[in-house]
Structures are given as C-alpha cells and as structure tokens.
Design a protein around this ligand. Structure first.
Ligand SMILES: Nc1nc2c([nH]c(=O)n2[C@H]2C[C@H](O)[C@@H](COP(=O)(O)OP(=O)(O)OP(=O)(O)O)O2)c(=O)[nH]1
Length: 136
C-alpha cells in the first residue's frame, strides 16, 4: 500500500528571512520544522490549497507566485508525500497559530540548523542556494 499525499508548502521570505513552523508534539512528524501549508484537497489547485491553509492555520492572507513551483517527494510508513513549494507573500498579519508549537523567521544560516521534516530538506537547500531575496 502506498498512499500518495499531495501537499503544498509556502516559501515566504521577507527581509532576508524565511517563515518556518514547528509541527506540534504528538502529530505525525511532530517537533520537526516545515513550511506553512498542508494537504491539497480534491478539486483544489496547489495555490488555492496554500491560500486556504495559511488562512486556516495562521489567519493570514497571502499571494502565491504560481509560476515558481518546485516539487519534492519523500516516502514514509504512512505514505508518499509529494510536496509542491511556491514562493508566497503575506498580505495581512499572522493572527493565530493552531497546528504548530512555534514559528520563526530564519536567515540562510539559521534555517540549516533546524530539524526539518525529511521531505523539506532538499527544498530548504534549494531555497538557500537561490538566496533569501525578498519578493521573489
Ligand atoms: N504543512 C506541511 N506539511 C508537510 C510539509 N512537508 C511534509 O512532508 N509535510 C507532510 C506532513 C503531513 O504528513 C502532510 C501535511 O498534512 P497536515 O499538516 O495537514 O497534517 P495532518 O492534518 O495530516 O496532521 P496529522 O493528522 O498527520 O497530525 O504533509 C510541509 O512543508 N508543510
């Protein structure tokens, strides 16, 4: 059995820092750092799912740069995660946090010191290679 889990994540970069979130203790992949985002539902595009998830989880609106998608894949005992990463920009403030224990804005050095969800490690490394330029 190999379930495909389609997920979308946001590369939100502001003033040279990337927005990252730590999955709550007790969830699958708990205590690991990830991009804001979540599962893509049926009949949703990646950017639509991303806007919905960021609003649900953080109470913030965002714009998604639809043309900059990168895709990463990693298999776990619960299935294979296929992660689409888009550059995105917050257009309203973060007002809540419901699925994470902590959020941070990290620079290109700090980002590499975090314990990341395995799917996201190559994604994070690609972002570092490109540089944390604002407004990509
Ligand atoms: N939100 C997010 N999820 C990611 C990333 N990378 C990655 O492998 N994932 C995985 C973790 C989960 O298996 C899935 C996202 O689902 P979710 O965050 O909605 O988690 P969930 O509701 O299934 O939570 P849980 O029941 O597993 O505790 O994708 C990422 O960067 N952001």
């Amino acid at each position: 059995m190999n379930k495909i889990i389609k997920v979308v994540g946001a590369a939100i970069i502001q003033d040279g820092k990337l927005f990252v979130a730590k999955r709550s203790t007790g969830r699958s992949l708990g205590d690991l750092w990830e991009f804001a985002g979540g599962k893509i539902e049926k009949n949703e595009t990646g950017p639509e799912a991303l806007k919905r998830e960021i609003f649900e989880e953080f109470g913030a609106e965002c714009e998604v740069a639809e043309e900059f998608k990168s895709v990463y894949e990693h298999s776990y005992d619960f299935g294979t995660v296929v992660l689409e990463v888009f550059y995105a920009k917050l257009t309203s403030p973060i007002t809540k946090m419901i699925e994470h224990d902590e959020t941070r804005w990290v620079d290109e050095i700090e980002v590499q010191e975090l314990a990341w969800v395995p799917t996201d490690i190559p994604a994070m490394q690609d972002l570092v290679k490109k540089g944390f330029k604002a407004d990509e």
